[in-house]
Design a protein around this ligand. Sequence first.
Ligand SMILES: [Zn+2]
Ligand SMILES: [Zn+2]
Length: 245
Amino acid sequence: MVLFLSTVYNGQNYVAKLRQRPVTTAKGYKQTVQVFGNKPRAMLDIPEFIEEYNLWMCGVDIADQLRSYYNTNRVHRKTWKPLFSFLLDTVVGNSYMLSSYKQPPGERALRQDSHLQFCRDLRDALLHASIRPRQPKTSQKRKTMMEVTWLPVKEHQHVKLWRKQAFCSACARARRTTSTPHRAARKPLADLSENTTRKARSDSNGWKRPYRTPRTLYGCSVCRIPLCTRKECWAEHLAILNSKD
Ligand SMILES: [Zn+2]
Ligand SMILES: [Zn+2]
């Protein structure tokens, strides 16, 4: 603080200020009382930075007070996080002091909760500013069996194409389903899931084992149609290609 004040002020500037005569018990009374003489008050030239300090010395306390009202209520276990919270709370407090929410000193406060209202409006404005229009889903529509690219048959390769599984177009067209329903690996000694204990029966109309179209990472390198590793799926793709020739 002293370093900061001595950087801003050179100590050469003085301001005239009406000062009270110190009380008799005050430190350095004998020296200071000579300046006042008999008068209880006197206009004295005091260094500008002393004046500034006297005016604003409670500023830090006000900042602490402002921060204490609506501070970041979070448990911190890392050293830099409370620093961030401190800075955030300080910024919010300072912004409030500079905002029109804060009544100028001397004027009676129109609303007692102007600080709270400021925090609420700030929250709403920040949330509103963060709203982004929903992005359309990026996954491209999977091709059907007929959407082939007419290149020579020998250029079509059955290869691994994707990192996410897609429904096999050939199986979907032929209404083939998974031979074994997909089931997550069971942990040892864990309870059996209902899907395992309840068997699908022909007379049961309540529960049916979910058979689905097989999914695959493979497809045609040219047409980019998902085709699973069953022999008939690739054969059906080649058959459609050959039907054109
Ligand atoms: Zn193809
Ligand atoms: Zn298939």
